[in-house]
Design a protein around this ligand. Structure first.
Ligand code: NAP
Length: 253
């Protein structure tokens, strides 16, 4: 639980995977949660499931890379739930390819969703947080920020998010706002299933091979990330800011 004056959280990319798990967790922590995603049917269904469990949630269709769509959605959250004081920038895509095969569109799409999207969402939400004198922003980075074959676009975006996180922490700290990043390793979601498919291996084999390389000998689950997000948005984490927490079952990818 938290002493936030307004217990309203926004989670982007909450239609499935990590975002859906973070939204569920924050709802069970007592936040009213706005689930945002390109897929409006999915977020509405996820919000209905949270409401059925006794929480408070709404689902809104939004493209985080589009400034107008973001402004409209964040205003709608403030009107329907109250001023948002927690933002989890989780929406993401991959467009993997080796450099010589990577198209400009592969590059731009990944930059637009991860970097431009996190920038637009944070800019829109910070005004509510500064007014409340309390806020939490959590950005989803990745172990790929340390470099990953076939992901020049994605690793650049995820490393960029770490610099973005540290800079916002410096700028917004005096308003009672902390800004941190979670850098997951291998988490079992549609995103990693799509990577297995692209590499031509079954998801089961892919997970088994990944688990063998991870010190705790298992792949991660969305709930592993949700638990860390829950801590970072709590009052217990009020002196933690500008940090990147690797959640990868070991010290490195
Ligand atoms: P996922 O299952 O592919 O879910 C990503 C969600 O983001 C989808 O619901 C997707 O919507 C949404 N999205 C994509 N573009 C969007 C846009 N422009 N506007 C709004 N929503 C958009 O991915 P995940 O595995 O849960 O990953 C969540 C985050 O964690 C991402 O930032 C990812 O890079 C990061 N991460 C994941 C892993 C991993 O192993 N899974 C590891 C490190 C970091 P649609 O369904 O409509 O496409």
């Amino acid at each position: 639980m938290t002493d936030s004056p307004s217990r309203v959280a926004i989670v982007t990319g909450a239609g499935r995977g990590i975002g859906a798990a973070v939204a569920r967790r924050l709802a069970s922590d007592g936040f009213a949660v706005a689930l945002l995603d390109l897929a409006s049917d999915a977020v509405k269904a996820n919000a209905d499931a949270i409401t059925a469990d006794g929480g408070r949630a709404i689902g809104i269709g939004v493209d985080v890379s589009d400034a107008e769509s973001v402004e409209t959605a964040v205003t709608e959250v403030a009107e329907r739930l109250g001023p948002p004081t927690v933002l989890v920038n989780n929406a993401g895509i991959t467009r993997d390819n080796l450099l010589f095969k990577m198209t400009e569109s592969d590059w731009d799409s990944v930059m637009n969703v991860h970097l431009r999207g996190s920038f637009l969402m944070s800019r829109a939400a910070q005004k509510y947080m500064t007014e409340q004198g309390w806020g939490r922003i959590v950005n989803l980075s990745s172990t790929s920020a340390l470099g990953n074959r076939g992901q020049a676009n994605y690793s650049a975006a995820k490393a960029g998010l770490q610099g973005f996180t540290k800079t916002l922490a410096i700028e917004l700290g005096k308003f009672g706002i902390t800004v941190n990043a979670i850098a997951p390793g291998f988490i079992e979601t549609d995103m990693t299933a799509a990577t297995a498919e692209r590499l031509g291996v079954s998801f089961e084999e892919f997970k088994k091979a990944a688990a063998a390389e991870i010190p705790v000998r298992r792949v991660g689950q969305p709930s592993d990330i949700a638990g860390v997000a829950s801590f970072l948005v709590s009052d217990d984490a009020s002196f933690v800011s500008g940090q990147v927490i690797y959640v990868a079952g070991g010290p490195k990818a």
